[in-house]
Write a protein that binds this ligand. Structure first.
Ligand SMILES: Nc1nc2c(ncn2[C@@H]2O[C@H](COP(=O)(O)OP(=O)(O)O)[C@@H](O)[C@H]2O)c(=O)[nH]1
Ligand SMILES: [Mg+2]
Length: 449
């Protein structure tokens, strides 16, 4: 049922000062009134004003019911609530028991336990949020760096929707003009001039391309920037890995081939999350087990966003950069053992820390290429789903432009193709949606959100 009354704990389980239990649906206020005793919670209830009182285990007049907590109840009457429905939030004591008893009391008077993301799903269905704004809520909850949190909040405030509207609105207007002219076929010269159609389509395609260019930034904001340390054995990869993370995670040893598995660890540097991968090193004549490590290294290297390619100060030149499909930063290690700087290459010592600030500066500079800051400021943190729909929309648009330029398909066909472009685009914001789409979006939410 889409508007029955649901209840869930909105804060994490466990010990804490406060917990919030949320009750939402057409019966929320009535149910709350049955278990909540307060002089100021009655028929004249005021929205958005917290009132103090005692919560009971079930309908308060019942002899078997008993007090379970002192709480603040915050009624938020629809449509001015998160879900758009009547909502009551109880601010009760934290810890294991109080919040659980409050949820149980709500259930005793008829509320149903909410499913994952059900409050946000209702917010979407009641027009309080677009689908990408709902996803931004989940992104904000799951954010692991300040940059990804800031991108999510801007998207929640409508960043991506603004960009989508800029593409969508001219196309919607075009479609309505085409449909309008189809209804009045008998009148002359009401059709939309072909050049104008093509211009509008090309304009949208250009805007769509700008948006698609932000897709890598979205992924990096969500997943962090994956940096692989590569180079020959014994060059100091594990030592640098530990130095960058400022902890001893990887085993360091003078014997070549010590690291065989990929070890990964992440940290947030100036608001951006980096995930470093220490690898087995790359050499030509390894033993069998080490070879397996080297295969894994190559796999990691090809999946990385950046590679730190390490070489010894007096070792051979590192493998040529051309072997890599990803941006490479060359680093000479063990700088404490040599005096002279090798031309402009970064020289770093994991032992003394020399050169580490410069290495971080080089990493920050390389990351700037990924346009994270732009994505954060615009509030466009694209995910796989957005990318999939936008790419499909782009290729439909391309076909339509090609048709228009080569064969003048006529307004009826143009209208049909344009509708299809618009429905793919509409799935990003949820202007167009199916039950299946909502399932897949809301399954990654937690209960209580
Ligand atoms: N003097 C000096 N020795 C280092 C430095 N980094 C690593 N080493 C030594 O080089 C050897 C190999 O280091 P390790 O990090 O295990 O190299 P990996 O095989 O590339 O992971 C170890 O004996 C380290 O102590 C450094 O910056 N200065
Ligand atoms: Mg190692």
């Amino acid at each position: 049922m889409e508007n029955d009354t649901i209840v869930a704990l909105a804060t994490p389980e466990g010990e804490g000062g406060l917990a919030v239990v949320r009750l939402s649906g057409s019966e929320a206020v009535a149910m709350a009134g049955r278990i909540f005793e307060s002089r100021r919670f009655g028929p004249e209830i005021e929205s958005h004003r917290a009132v103090y009182g005692i919560l009971f285990s079930s309908t308060k007049e019942k002899e078997t019911s008993y007090p379970i907590d002192q709480v603040l109840a915050l009624p938020l009457l629809g449509p001015n609530s998160y879900t758009g429905e009547d909502t009551v939030e109880f601010f009760c004591h934290g810890g294991r028991m109080a919040a659980r008893m409050v949820v149980a009391a709500c259930r005793r008077v008829g509320a149903r336990p909410a499913g994952p993301g059900e409050f946000t799903r209702r917010a979407f269905l009641n027009g309080r949020l677009s689908l990408d704004q709902a996803e931004a809520v989940a992104d904000l909850i799951h954010a692991e760096s300040e940059a990804s949190a800031r991108g999510a909040i801007r998207q929640l405030l409508g960043g991506l929707d603004d960009q989508l509207s800029a593409i969508e609105n001219p196309l919607l207007e075009l479609l309505s003009r085409i449909e309008g002219s189809l209804e009045f076929v008998e009148e002359e010269e009401v059709g939309v001039p072909e050049d104008e159609v093509i211009d509008t389509l090309k304009n949208s395609r250009a805007k769509l391309d700008e948006l698609l260019a932000m897709a890598p930034a979205g992924r990096l904001l969500r997943d962090g920037i994956h940096v692989v340390l590569a180079g020959p054995p014994n060059v100091g990869k594990s030592s640098l890995f530990n130095a960058l993370l400022e902890e001893d995670r990887a085993i360091v040893d003078g014997e070549a081939g010590t690291t065989r598995d990929v070890i990964s660890a992440s940290l947030v540097h100036e608001g951006t999350r980096f995930v470093f991968h220490d690898t087995a090193g790359l050499r030509d004549d390894p033993g069998r087990v080490e070879k397996m490590g080297i295969d894994r290294t190559w796999k990691k290297v090809n999946e990385a966003d950046l590679v730190l390619l390490l070489s010894d100060p007096d070792g051979p030149e590192p493998n040529s950069r051309e072997n890599y499909e990803v941006p490479v930063i060359q680093v000479i290690t063990k700088a404490d053992l040599v005096k002279a700087n090798k031309d402009n290459t970064l020289c770093v010592s994991s032992t003394t820390g020399q050169g580490l600030p410069e290495l971080w500066a080089a990493l920050d500079l390389a990351v700037r290429e990924f346009r994270l800051q732009e994505a954060v400021t615009m509030g466009v943190v694209l995910n796989e789903r957005h990318l999939h729909r936008l790419t499909a929309c782009r290729s439909d648009l391309e076909i339509l432009i090609h048709e228009m330029e080569s064969s003048a398909p006529g307004e009826e066909v143009t209208g049909t193709m344009l509708s299809s472009v618009l429905s793919r685009l509409g799935e990003v914001s949820g202007r167009v949606f199916t039950e299946q789409l909502l399932e897949s979006v809301f399954q990654r939410f937690c209960v209580g959100k």
